[in-house]
Unconditional design. Structure first.
Length: 483
C-alpha cells in the first residue's frame, strides 16, 4: 500500500500402522472458551488476525502494548518495500525490516512480506533504467530480498497493484518490460524460497462484478491453469466513503478460493470504523474456508495513513465498537478445519499411532520438508533443542509414541515443550510424566501439546531448522507423519 492517499472503489483417516494420513485441519485447544484478543480469536478457526507495523513506532509503549496483545501476524508497513530494501543497486538494507521481523517473532507472531515488485515506492535508480535492464533489476531484487528472509516468512506479496480499474494491466515501467513480468516475478520468487506462500495483492478487487476484480481473477485463473506458482490473493479491503463493503464480497472470496488459492484481507481500514462493515467483512472471511486471515492497516486511528477518517479498531488505547463486532464474529466462527481444509469439524486426537497404545520406534517426518525431527549431534543432554534434518535412520531420529502420550527417544528422554506460549522451544528432557511432555498425535497430521494445545511448528524446510510450538493454522509446516 502506498504511503500516499488514494481513492478506493470498490486447510483422512486415523493414524494406523504408525503412519499419519496427512490432512489439513487445525487443532483447537479449547473450543468452548471465547478468546479475548483478536489474534487468539482468529486462531480458533486456524486463521490469523494481523496488523501493519511501522518501525518508527516501536518505541511507543502504548502502540506496542496493543500490537503485542492483540495480533498474531505482522506486515511491515513500508520497511520491506523496494525503495527501503535496495536503495542502491546491489546494496541491500534490511535494518528496518529486520527490526519489525525481530520484534514480531520474539513475541511469537508470524510475518507477511510486503512487497517485492510494485510500480510505487521503487528505488530511485529504477527510474533510470528500462526494458531488459529493469527486468533483470526486478529479478535481482526479488532474489536478494527473499534470500535474506528465506524460510522466515509466512507470506510474500510478490506483486502489488498491477491492474487498472477497467481490468487492464497498469502501464507501469515494469509492465513495459513485457506482459509476462508478473509471471517472471512469481517464478523467480518460488525458486528463491520454496517454503513461503506467494501472493498477488491489490485494492478495489472486493466487488465481484467490478472490472478490476475480473481482470485479476482471469490472471489467477490463467496462472493456475499453466502452473505459474501462486498461492494466494490479497484483497486490501480499504473501504472509504465511496467504497463500502459490497454485498457480493463473500462471492468474491469464494470465487478466488475456487481457483485453488488462499485469500486474505491484507490492509483493512474502514471510514469511521463502521461496525456493520467491519463485522460483515470479518464474517465473510469466516464463511470462506480458504480465507486465511485478516490484517488491519495500522494499530490505532492516529497511526493510520487515513487518520482523519478514524478507520481502525482502536482510538488511542481504547477499543472501539467495531473491535467488539470483529471479536464477536471471530469467536462465533469457533473451531473449524484450516482454511485449506474445506470442512467444519476439528480433528480427532489419536492417542496412539497403533491400536492399543504404544508403538515401535520410528521417524517423525515433516510434511512440508520431508526431513526428520532430529536431536543434534545425537545429544542426550537435557534441554537440547530438536531440529529438522535429513532422515538417516540413526538413534537420534528414532521416536516411540507411548500409551501415556509421550514421544520418547533413547528410551529415557522425552519430547518436551520448554513453555506453553507461541514460539516456545521444543527440546529433549528426562521423562517426567508432566503435561508439557504429553502430545496428541492427530488424524490430520498435526502433533499438539497436551499442556498448550499448540502445534509442533517449524519456520523453514532446511537442515537445522528448529522446532517450536505455535497456534495451529493447518499449514504444511505443522503437519508430520510417524513411520
Amino acid at each position: 500500500m502506498a504511503a500516499r492517499p488514494r481513492i478506493r472503489a470498490l486447510l483422512g483417516g486415523a493414524l494406523a500402522a504408525g503412519v499419519a494420513v496427512i490432512g489439513a485441519m487445525a487443532m483447537i485447544p479449547d473450543a468452548n472458551a471465547a478468546a479475548s484478543t483478536l489474534g487468539a480469536a482468529a486462531a480458533q478457526s486456524g486463521r490469523y488476525f494481523g496488523t501493519a507495523i511501522a518501525a518508527s513506532r516501536l518505541g511507543d509503549s502504548a502502540y506496542t502494548t496493543i500490537a503485542a496483545r492483540e495480533f498474531n501476524m505482522v506486515t511491515a508497513e513500508n520497511e520491506m518495500k523496494p525503495d527501503a530494501t535496495e536503495p542502491q543497486r546491489g546494496q541491500f538494507n534490511f535494518s528496518s525490516g529486520d527490526q519489525i521481523y525481530n520484534w514480531a517473532t520474539q513475541r511469537g507472531m508470524k510475518v507477511r512480506g510486503h512487497t517485492l515488485a510494485w510500480h510505487s515506492q521503487q528505488p530511485s535508480w529504477w527510474g533510470g533504467i528500462s526494458g531488459s535492464s529493469l527486468r533483470q533489476a526486478m529479478i535481482d531484487h526479488i532474489n536478494g530480498v527473499m534470500a535474506h528472509y528465506k524460510g522466515k516468512l509466512a507470506y510474500w506479496d510478490v506483486v502489488n497493484e498491477a491492474y487498472n480499474e477497467d481490468g487492464s494491466r497498469r502501464n507501469s515501467n515494469l509492465q513495459q518490460t513485457g506482459n509476462d513480468w508478473i509471471e517472471v516475478a512469481f517464478r523467480t520468487a518460488r525458486n528463491a524460497d520454496p517454503s513461503v506462500k506467494l501472493c498477488y495483492n491489490d485494492y478495489n478487487i472486493e466487488n465481484w462484478s467490478y472490472a478490476k476484480t475480473q481482470g485479476v481473477y482471469r490472471m489467477i485463473q490463467d496462472f493456475k491453469s499453466r502452473g505459474v506458482p501462486i498461492d494466494c490473493v490479497g484483497l486490501q479491503t480499504h473501504f472509504t466513503g465511496g467504497s463500502s463493503l459490497p454485498s457480493n464480497f463473500q462471492t468474491t472470496l469464494s470465487s478466488f478460493a475456487a481457483l485453488g488459492v488462499d485469500v486474505a484481507l491484507t490492509e483493512v481500514d474502514v471510514t469511521n470504523a463502521s461496525t456493520t462493515q467491519y463485522a460483515g467483512l470479518t464474517q465473510a472471511c469466516m464463511n470462506v474456508s480458504r480465507c486465511v486471515g485478516i490484517t488491519v492497516w495500522g494499530v490505532r486511528d492516529q497511526d493510520s495513513w487515513r487518520s482523519s477518517e478514524n478507520p481502525l479498531l482502536f482510538s488511542g488505547s481504547n477499543k472501539k465498537a467495531a473491535y467488539t463486532s470483529v471479536l464477536n464474529a471471530l469467536n462465533a466462527a469457533g473451531p473449524t478445519t484450516s482454511p485449506t481444509g474445506g470442512g467444519t469439524q476439528s480433528p480427532t486426537p489419536t492417542t496412539s499411532p497403533t491400536s492399543g497404545g504404544g508403538g515401535g520406534a520410528g521417524r517423525i517426518v515433516g510434511a512440508q520438508s520431508g526431513r526428520c525431527v532430529d536431536v543434534p549431534n545425537a545429544s542426550q543432554t537435557n534441554g537440547t533443542r530438536v531440529q529438522l534434518y535429513d532422515c538417516n535412520g540413526q538413534s537420534n531420529q528414532q521416536w516411540t509414541y507411548t500409551s501415556s502420550k509421550q514421544l520418547q527417544i533413547y528410551g529415557s528422554r522425552c519430547l518436551d515443550a520448554a513453555g506453553s506460549g507461541n514460539g516456545a522451544a521444543v527440546q529433549i528432557y528426562s521423562c517426567n510424566g508432566q503435561t508439557n511432555q504429553q502430545w496428541n498425535v492427530n488424524s490430520n497430521g498435526t502433533i499438539t501439546g497436551v499442556q498448550s494445545g499448540r502445534c509442533l511448528d517449524v519456520w523453514g524446510t532446511g537442515n537445522g531448522q528448529q522446532i517450536q510450538i505455535y497456534d495451529c493454522n493447518g499449514q504444511a509446516n505443522q503437519r508430520f507423519s510417524l513411520s
